[in-house]
Design a protein around this ligand. Structure first.
Ligand SMILES: Cc1cc2nc3c(=O)[nH]c(=O)nc-3n(C[C@H](O)[C@H](O)[C@H](O)COP(=O)(O)O)c2cc1C
Length: 316
């Protein structure tokens, strides 16, 4: 069993990764994407998005943190992958799923799935540049508008030399709307000879086991489900773990304060309230208590004010 925390730009940053390691402990994590265009990026760009590179090991204890790159130029992707490895990344992942217009306009992310040869070239560019002991992987959606090229893109990632492949089981056009098509992950898994990590729409232990059954994959990546309920990994691993939201809300409180302090130390003061509200909104998908807390600080824009409300309502 292996559970991977999904990369999520603007959500799974260093404070969230630290929290996830402290609470639930996924087996591996992937950073938000680092955008690669025509240049070798300076170390400060990597350090800003992945401050963990400055630790002795890039990750949390036994949890490695893979650095994700997004781009389509095989040469600059390769150069930047080498830089990330030199800075301490244990592995490189390539993003073939980002739906953002700005990224797709410059031939990056999900749009590459329209042309499997570009996917192949990107993976090969990185695989050829990086020493063989470092894993290189690709993360794809099922396609852009439709799924007709899904198997071809998976093959392109394999033939480019990837160590494994993650499949977010939706097309770009399907966005984040349920369902995720886990049966398509099974088709892809059967068509390639590298391990496949299944991803999409896992919110409960029951979803997790169903996804494993349908996809046939042993490694599962979870995004929003883990942000909404950081105890999900624990609940998957231990059928006796508490499920009661009142109990778990209590258990989460010290972590909420720690997260606030961590965010405050990391980003500009004026952005702190937004980041806290963002997580509370997502926590509210699982915890009714988070919705109530959100209402209390909805209009507060000052970090100090947010802190006062947090501490007051959480009794810390
Ligand atoms: C806000 C947000 C940001 C995301 N950023 C990234 C990213 O930087 N790289 C990436 O490969 N996928 C990104 N994704 C996609 C997730 O990694 C994942 O594939 C998707 O959310 C489906 O998994 P889930 O249903 O468990 O959330 C992002 C998704 C969301 C909602």
């Amino acid at each position: 069993m292996q559970i991977v925390l999904a990369p999520m730009e603007g959500v799974v940053d260093a404070p969230m990764r630290r929290l996830q390691a402290a609470v639930g402990g996924p087996d591996a994590m992937v950073t938000e994407f680092v955008r690669v265009t025509e240049h070798l990026l300076p170390p400060k760009v990597f350090h800003r998005l992945v401050p963990e590179l400055q630790q002795e090991r890039c990750g949390y204890g036994e949890i490695p943190l893979t650095v994700q790159l997004l781009g389509s130029n095989p040469e600059t992707l390769g150069m930047n992958a080498v830089r990330a490895i030199e800075l301490g990344a244990p592995a490189i992942d390539l993003n073939f799923g980002c739906p953002a217009k700005t990224v797709n306009k410059s031939m990056g992310g999900a749009i590459m799935l329209k042309r499997p040869e570009t996917v192949f070239a990107a993976v090969k560019g990185v695989r050829d540049a990086v020493a063989t002991e470092y894993p290189v992987s690709g993360k794809m959606r099922l396609g852009y508008e439709d799924k007709t090229l899904a198997l071809e893109n998976a093959k392109a990632i394999e033939e480019g030399g990837a160590t494994y492949l993650t499949v977010h089981a939706r097309t770009k056009v399907e966005g984040y709307k349920p369902p995720a098509h886990w049966e398509w992950i099974a088709r892809i898994r059967e068509s390639v000879n590298i391990p496949v990590v299944a991803n999409g729409e896992i919110w409960t232990p029951e979803d997790y086991f169903k996804c494993r059954e349908v996809s046939g994959c042993e490694r599962i990546m979870i995004g929003r489900g883990l942000i909404a309920n950081p105890f999900l990994v624990e609940q998957i691993r231990d059928p006796d773990a508490p499920r009661d939201t009142a109990v778990n809300w209590q258990r989460l409180q010290p972590h909420l304060i720690e997260f606030f302090e961590d965010v405050r130390a990391t980003i500009e003061e004026r952005h702190v309230h937004g980041r806290i509200k963002q997580w509370l909104t997502m926590l509210g998908w699982h915890f009714p208590q988070a919705k109530e807390l959100f209402q209390l600080l909805r209009t507060e824009r000052d970090a100090q004010g947010v802190e006062a409300i947090l501490r007051d309502s959480l009794n810390t």
